[in-house]
Design a protein. Structure first.
Length: 275
């Protein structure tokens, strides 16, 4: 019974992953998260059922090679699980960000110029060059030789993710559809040590010409992180752009490095989907 259920979930979630990356989702985010949590629990209880191609063992999208892996985020769905995660970083400060519901995008800049744009599984450089909120050149006098910026491409409308993914993946981009896409940057990697914290990285991105969600804030304590999550659990419903939760990150890059990551997700960040 357990083995059968595990295999069924592995197959179903693999199909859902493929459909999502083809811009034709077959289930809601909430349904996917519930099934994935069930699969994780089954595989943790029965490690002999874990297979190399299980959705829990891979990062979606393998046809595009990234300099830095495009990892997913682990999710929690109740206050107790969030507090448990916070307790592992009790001496740390944090950064709170809204989890914009769009398409994850990685932008590579060489000597300050946009060189490549990619989703988790596809090169979309030609389309990205038509998106007004993606700078073609970093706005700074001495840019790094190499920079990779991560963020979320989205459209302020219902079914944003599917519409955005479809517009990005067209062989010949529709300028009108691409101009409707916004890009919110939230992660910075460079060949030099420009920043020491996540807040400094967000400031770097703003200064370089990127849009950064103004609701991203520094949170000095675990209590402040919990309050931020509780506030946006309800307040985000009034926003003009789509969100599907809140992301809390350990602020210090050094502490992030020490915490490390699994094969699919960083340990120093968590997506809070519900409380």
């Amino acid at each position: 019974m357990t083995a059968t259920r595990t295999r069924d979930l592995q197959a179903l979630l693999t199909t859902a992953d493929d459909a999502y990356h083809a811009a034709a989702p077959i289930m809601s985010d909430a349904a996917y998260d519930t099934l994935r949590c069930e699969l994780v629990a089954l595989e943790q209880a029965h490690p002999e059922l874990v297979t190399p191609d299980s959705p829990t063992q891979r990062v979606a999208g393998v046809s595009t090679v990234h300099a830095m892996p495009m990892l997913s985020l682990n999710s929690v769905f109740c206050q107790e699980d969030f507090k448990l995660w916070l307790s592992t970083f009790s001496a740390e400060s944090f950064v709170g960000e809204l989890k914009i519901d769009g398409v994850s995008l990685s932008l590579t800049y060489i000597n300050g110029r946009l060189h490549r744009a990619a989703t988790r599984g596809q090169n979309v450089t030609d389309s990205a060059r038509l998106i007004p909120s993606i700078p073609q050149r970093l706005d700074m006098p001495h840019p790094p030789a190499w920079a990779e910026i991560r963020g979320e491409a989205f459209i302020a409308r219902p079914n944003s993710r599917a519409a955005c993914a479809g517009a990005l993946r067209q062989r010949v981009g529709d300028p009108a559809k691409l101009e409707a896409i916004q890009f919110a940057a939230y992660t910075l990697h460079t060949n030099r040590s420009d920043t020491a914290t996540q807040i400094e990285s967000l400031d770097w991105l703003k200064n370089a010409g990127f849009y950064v969600d103004p609701n991203s804030v520094a949170l000095p304590t675990p209590a402040a992180a919990l309050a931020y999550v509780q506030q946006w659990h309800t307040d985000r419903e009034a926003l003009a752009y789509p969100t599907d939760g809140v992301v809390i990150k350990v602020a210090s890059h050094q502490s992030q490095s020490e915490a490390g990551e699994t094969t699919t997700a960083p340990r120093w960040a968590i997506a809070v989907k519900d409380l």
